[in-house]
Design a protein around this ligand. Structure first.
Ligand code: SDX
Length: 427
């Protein structure tokens, strides 16, 4: 029997039937494409709380069960058993790489990590105090000028080269943006270092490529730091149709250059309601200042007349827990001994979590810690500056954005220009 939904307009008594589309997992969708043509009415859904904008095979989220799958593989398995590089291959190609394929991708990323020298000169024009996120979005837009040929992609290899290039260059752009913001000489990528290690190296090294001796007496970048950052990149790699990915697909629908779509995603992610929350969480924990002050701020977060919100809490989809937050919490516990996690900040965060997980206001609204609640504490312990937290989210998410961009382009049945309508309430 054909599965459908009937809508009746009680102004005219007329009924309309719309097919129900079923996916392989998760909620089905009512195919509303003919709604306006048949009924003369629009559907109304600001914020797209009940709207599926596309079909996708990339990432699946079950908000009730707190499940996250990349190409059908649970995030817990990927974060514990696979490198971020292998996850990039999985997202782009649809399956995990063989050892040979992973090695080839690793080498390609190392060679493609360098930025065109003309782009490096762009940094001379940017004010020192520019936030790295503004440099990243403008830098990626500038890359569309250096690689203009990607406006016209034909073969799978064209798509692959465009994708590998932007993924490999993002850490370098982020590291250069940071070095510029502290007035330090740029450190170029070192092709003897892997993706995540190279990023830490480009942030930390002194001119001439020397690494400093850290307080713990370590000179080289430690394996535990590389693995922690690699896991963080994996946890941020993709997340279905979140706000910035929706922007990337919308820009893809106009036929603009792929790198300006990614740049639009970076700009959307910067907002504190989205990826910018990880930087705001640490700012907020420092503002709260001590465990004693937590109750006062919880009261503010609950007060409908107070715009104050707990950063790192709540999620449009996850209504029980964010599986990524759980993995980061475990990582935090592992790192506690190895790295000097800021214990005061952690105590404040734990106090907030304790209260919020039992307080009616949060429980009723199903507000739980999301990925941003924990990532900031770990990134701080890795010696990463707060201004780099959202750029790190960008580095992890670039593979998701570019994979979603490619899926949009290849799904010719749906590749229509994004052009929503409105309910006019004007004069
Ligand atoms: C990310 O979409 C994604 O997948 C995003 C992301 C990804 O990987 O791409 O997961 C990454 O962006 C995580 C979210 C990071 N943002 C924050 O931590 C900012 C704080 N959180 C919120 O602003 C909010 O929870 C959102 C934006 C995350 C979700 O917003 P919704 O789904 O639109 O929910 P809402 O704003 O309608 O809030 C529902 C209720 C409201 O109360 P009432 O009006 O019903 O009384 O919950 C309240 C809100 O006031 N509420 C909060 C709150 N978040 C929601 N109250 C206090 N503190 C909060 N953090």
């Amino acid at each position: 029997m054909k599965k459908s939904m009937t809508l009746t307009d009680n102004r005219t008594g007329k009924s309309y039937e719309f097919p129900i589309l079923e996916g392989t997992r998760g909620p089905g969708a009512v195919d509303m494409r003919s709604l306006y043509k048949e009924t003369g009415l629009f559907s109304y859904d600001p914020g797209f709380t009940s709207t599926a904008s596309c079909k996708s095979k990339i990432t699946f989220i079950d908000g009730e069960k707190g499940e996250l799958l990349y190409r059908g593989i649970p995030i817990e398995e990927l974060a514990s058993k696979h490198s971020y590089l292998e996850v990039c291959y999985l997202l782009l190609e649809g399956e995990l790489p063989t050892e040979r394929q992973a090695l080839e991708l690793d080498l390609e990323f190392r060679h493609r990590a360098f930025l065109p020298e003309g782009l490096v000169k762009l940094f001379d024009l940017v004010p020192d105090n520019a936030h790295p996120m503004s440099i990243m979005s403008s830098g990626v837009t500038a890359l569309s000028a250096f690689y203009y040929e990607h406006l016209k992609l034909e073969s799978d290899d064209d798509y692959r080269e465009m994708a590998h290039r932007i993924i490999a260059k993002m850490p370098t752009l982020a590291a250069f943006a940071y070095r510029h913001s502290i007035g330090a000489k740029l450190i170029y990528p070192d092709i003897d270092r892997s993706f995540s290690e190279n990023f830490l190296y480009m942030l930390r090294a002194y001119p001439g490529g020397k690494l400093h001796l850290d307080p713990g007496g370590h000179r080289e970048i430690r394996k535990i730091e590389i693995e922690a950052l690699d896991t963080i990149f994996t946890l941020h790699a993709d997340h279905e149709q979140n706000a910035s990915t929706a922007v990337v697909r919308s820009v893809a629908s106009t036929g603009a250059h792929p790198y300006v779509a990614i740049s639009s995603g970076i700009s959307a992610l910067w907002g504190r309601a989205h990826g910018g929350a990880n930087e705001s969480v640490i700012e907020q924990l420092k503002m709260i200042g001590s465990v004693e002050n937590v109750d006062k701020y919880i009261a503010r977060a609950k007060d409908p007349n107070d715009p104050f919100r707990l950063m790192g809490f709540g999620h449009r989809v996850y209504k029980n827990f964010d599986p990524r937050a759980r993995i980061l919490k475990q990582l935090q516990d592992q790192l506690r001994d190895e790295l000097d996690l800021d214990s005061e900040l952690m105590r404040i965060a734990q106090r907030i979590e304790e209260i919020a997980l039992h307080d009616d206001y949060f429980v009723q609204r199903k507000l739980y810690p999301n990925i941003d609640f924990y990532s900031g504490i770990i990134l701080t312990a890795l010696g990463l500056p707060r201004s780099m937290f959202t750029p790190i989210f960008v580095i992890g998410r670039t593979v998701g954005w570019v994979t979603q961009w490619i899926e949009f382009k290849k799904n010719t049945e749906e590749a229509k220009i994004a052009r929503p309508r409105q309910l006019y309430v004007g004069p």
